[in-house]
Design a protein around this ligand. Structure first.
Ligand code: SAH
Length: 393
């Protein structure tokens, strides 16, 4: 025996270090939302529950957004609690809720069964509600400008843990927790109902969804399947965002689900992108863009290129031109660019581009005929904006 103890591995990854496999941790309990309808019935039978009960509970969960056994009066009173506990084990415990933008943005911090933390953000816009969800606790992709990446990967989320974020938010909306919710519901009318539902889901919270492919795709299925199998959302309202895991992009293109792909590019040249998005050391800019183009060809969905504008780092006019050229070299009308002013994160020396520089970057892209819209940065004062999610309590 030596007196020297092994140094516990520090939480923070070394610069550029990629982590694909999460450290082993307790798996989340199986939940109804992990399965499609057929799988649910099989699973219920295995638990010794009649299959039609899975249908009933699915209606409560996906249609009524109810998890409280007492409200499920169509289930036999004797054993109701255990039945519901078995099918809907609690996965997320709300830790806190923060609101910003006059109440139109809500960040929810959840604790998972093993103590890991995740965040999700709900944003209300006129006529739509966008929800930003996490697919992993932490992230292994280590982008130096992103708070989540700096914290490293804790673990993958299960399908149901991803779906639960949306259901929890949908429930909050229904209860009028988001500004406009309560007062508008008094007015009645169809549009209002629409505005009170989660219409868009973006996988832009914590994690790299394509590095947790199976669970993330399962969640997409649950979001788009018609009730009571799922939430019945339109696939067009769902955006999968990736650092550029090329095999994952190709796999997604073959799924036959018309969701949107967002590619976090942040630089059009390998030299800079190797630093900003370390996965670029595996799949280069051209390979990522080729995969994005293939995604468009397979799905007909216009791809979004995400580009966080970082002052004096990636915001030069020549980089806008190079980006425009590279996109046009792959065709017209297949892509649009979303520049995002960099959100500050702790410990990062970088900051957002100057206004005029940002404007010039946009104009250059427009001059290349590339549709370009600067994304708003909701929730930055509650660390709820892109790249700020770190689930510190
Ligand atoms: N892993 C996925 C989802 C990450 S978050 C991906 O990389 O696409 C969603 C977007 O926010 C990504 O485009 C990411 O690069 C961007 N982002 C991360 N940190 C940011 C920051 N500090 N400011 C602005 N955007 C940021």
């Amino acid at each position: 025996m030596t007196t020297e103890l092994p140094t516990p591995s520090t939480d923070r990854p070394a610069p550029g270090q990629l982590t694909f496999r999460a450290p082993r941790r307790g798996k989340a309990p199986t939940h109804l939302a992990d399965h499609d309808l057929a799988g649910r019935k099989d699973w219920a039978r295995e638990l010794g529950i009649p299959a039609f009960r899975a249908d009933q509970v699915s209606r409560h969960y996906f249609e009524r957004l109810v998890t409280d056994a007492e409200q499920m009066t169509d289930l036999p009173k004797a054993g109701r609690g255990e039945l519901v506990d078995g099918l809907l084990p609690p996965l997320l415990t709300p830790v806190r809720t923060l609101s910003a933008d006059d109440g139109a943005t809500l960040k929810q911090v959840h604790r998972l069964h093993d103590g890991a933390m995740v965040e999700s953000v709900l944003m209300r816009y006129p006529g739509r509600v966008t929800m930003c969800i996490s697919s992993q606790a932490g992230c292994g992709m280590n982008c130096p400008f992103c708070a989540t990446g700096q914290a490293g990967l804790t673990r993958n989320l299960s399908t149901a843990e991803i779906v639960e974020q949306v259901v929890a938010a949908a429930r909050a909306l229904r209860h009028g927790d988001l500004r406009g919710g309560a007062e508008e519901s008094d007015e009645g009318g169809g549009d209002v109902q629409e505005a009170l539902r989660v219409s868009n889901v973006v996988f832009m919270g914590m994690g790299e969804a394509l590095a947790n492919y199976k669970a993330s795709l399962g969640a997409v299925h649950r979001l788009v399947e018609a009730a009571p199998e799922g939430l019945g959302m339109s696939a067009r309202g769902i955006t999968m965002s990736t650092v550029g895991l090329v095999p994952g992009i190709d796999r997604l293109a073959g799924e036959g689900i018309p969701m949107t792909l967002a590619l976090s590019l942040h630089a059009p040249d390998d030299e800079l992108r190797d630093e900003l998005v370390p996965i670029n050391t595996r799949w280069k800019v051209d390979e990522a863009l080729d995969a994005a183009r293939r995604y468009f060809e397979a799905t007909g969905r216009r791809v979004s290129i995400e580009y966080a504008l970082i002052r004096d780092i990636n915001d030069q006019a020549w980089r806008a031109d190079l980006l425009g050229d590279k996109l046009n070299a792959r065709g017209r009308g297949w892509v649009h660019v979303n520049p995002i002013p960099l959100n500050p994160t702790p410990g990062s020396r970088w900051t957002a581009s100057r206004r005029g520089v940002e404007q010039q970057f946009v104009e250059r892209l427009l001059a290349h005929g590339i549709p370009t819209t600067v994304r708003d940065t909701r929730g930055s004062d509650i660390d709820g904006a892109c790249g700020q999610l770190a689930a510190s309590v």
